[in-house]
Design a protein around this ligand. Structure first.
Ligand SMILES: [Zn+2]
Length: 470
């Protein structure tokens, strides 16, 4: 999956120097995409949300193309009715070519009535103009001798059903903005239904979510995707990926124009996401270099603070054990007990089906093994790695025995979601509590997005195998 950043190109703190630093940070952290927004007249309705100065997107991106090397550039979103389609076609084509093919054109219909008036564009006709202009832009690009850009990807922005239809008819991707996960799930279903009705392919999903990093989990039902602890945010990104999103754009702007005067807070949130993501190797060095240069305050970009290579190695072993369990007809869970020096003491996998004993969870077995074989001190400094978050029974055993840290690949909530996707709705006989509900002071880390997809695949294989056996 590609992850990008919506960089603020407006507000009191925005100037050529800040834009250049934003580009350097975003590219240096290894993000794949940098996008800016569009306004042409900062009328009072625009200024309420996006105060002056406002940097025009084509001009700004052309300049940023010259001071970046690899990052994809784009608009989120270009307001289509504001410019003549031939001007859009030409500026986009030239920018695409000048940047070495790095442009994505996110488009929308616009909302600021006064800005439409200032530009002499009829507000009521904005939907129809958007459709006509997109068709005209695409037709212009067909003239390769002149425009020399081929068909630049167009992402159709907007959350309304009209936008969904437009995305299916005219877009390479659908680009919804700022939403809750339940809303997104429903909207993807509607998008698929519209594509089926129109007998057209389902466009790619390229959502833009907020990035609002919090110390404590946010639990209320209106929580938007991208809000909460780093664990919640990474889980949202993982869920979006599982729902088919090929790209996710993070929007760190939270609505206060003064944020543009101190972008370090947004950079730190981005650095935290970058540190927890599995990047292709070349960009890992880039992270350290960028952060040294800018000396971000209190950054936890130190990988040891997240999941170390040793953590990931033990977690991969857990996934192997979970695979062995599924091969044997058992539930897809595996766990490893590791001492303070990183030495593996014991490992176990689920054996519920093969023994007919529903308490044969690997974490429970490891807790009992530790009670027999380890001193209290050894237990307190040991770590249990596991493919799926402990159930309440195993968490309680872990707590009673006095074991140390838990690191899990996928959360119970994720597993429930996956089972629901597969049509399994039966509720377990024991209420699903989080580990910290059972053992309040325990150090717990997870989920690990780069491995969670493998566990999901195992759940799918287990369910398919079970139903085949039945
Ligand atoms: Zn258990």
């Amino acid at each position: 999956m590609r992850v990008g950043v919506n960089v603020p190109n407006f507000g009191p703190g925005t100037n050529p120097d800040s834009l250049a630093r934003w580009a350097e940070v975003v590219e240096g952290l290894g993000f794949d995409l940098l996008m800016v927004s569009d306004h042409l007249a900062v009328t009072s309705d625009v200024a309420e949300q996006y105060p002056a100065p406002f940097y025009e997107p084509f001009t700004t991106l052309a300049w940023l193309a010259g001071i970046t090397t690899r990052i994809t550039l784009g608009t989120t979103v270009l307001i289509v009715p504001y410019r003549h389609p031939l001007l859009i076609a030409r500026m986009a084509a030239n920018l695409h070519q000048l940047s070495g093919g790095r442009l994505i054109l996110g488009v929308g219909t616009g909302w600021a009535r006064q800005e439409f008036e200032a530009l002499g564009v009829p507000f009521q006709r904005r939907g129809e103009l958007t459709d006509d202009h997109i068709r005209a832009v695409r037709a212009a690009w067909d003239n390769d001798a002149d425009y020399r850009c081929g068909q630049i990807p167009i992402w159709v922005g907007g959350n309304s059903d009209v936008a969904l239809r437009r995305a299916v008819r005219l877009g390479a991707a659908w680009h919804p903005l700022r939403f809750t996960m339940p809303w997104f799930r429903d909207a993807v279903d509607r998008l698929r239904a519209i594509a089926a009705e129109l007998q057209l392919p389902v466009p790619d999903l390229a959502p833009r979510i907020v990035l609002r990093l919090a110390e404590k989990p946010i639990d209320h039902p209106e929580r938007r995707a991208g809000e909460g602890t780093i664990g919640q945010i990474l889980d949202d990104i993982e869920q979006l990926s599982l729902l088919g999103a090929g790209t996710v754009l993070l929007d760190p702007y939270n609505g206060d124009p003064n944020e543009t005067l101190r972008p370090e807070a947004a950079w730190q949130a981005l650095a935290t996401v970058a540190a927890h993501r599995a990047w292709p190797t070349p960009y890992r060095d880039g992270i350290a270099v960028t952060l040294d240069n800018h000396d971000l305050p209190g950054s936890d970009v130190d990988r040891a603070a997240a999941f170390s290579e040793a953590d990931l190695q033990h977690l991969r072993r857990c996934v192997e054990l979970a695979t062995e369990a599924v091969d044997a007809g058992d539930w897809p869970f595996g766990s490893v007990l590791v001492d303070a020096d990183g030495k593996v003491l014991a490992e176990e996998r689920n054996r519920e089906s093969t023994t007919g004993d529903a308490t044969r969870h690997p974490e429970f077995e490891l807790a009992r093994w530790a009670a027999t074989n380890l001193s209290p001190e050894e237990r307190a400094t040991a770590t249990v790695y596991t493919s799926g978050e402990h159930c309440p029974m195993c968490a309680a055993a872990h707590g009673w025995v006095g074991l140390g840290r838990i690191v899990y690949v996928s959360s119970s909530e994720q597993a429930q979601g996956w089972l629901a996707e597969m049509g399994v709705t039966a509720s377990p006989p024991v209420r699903p509590l989080s580990i910290r509900d059972v053992v309040p002071d325990l150090e717990v880390a997870g989920p690990v997005p780069e491995l969670a997809g493998q566990v999901r695949a195992l759940h799918r294989r287990f369910r398919t195998g079970t139903s085949a056996a039945n």
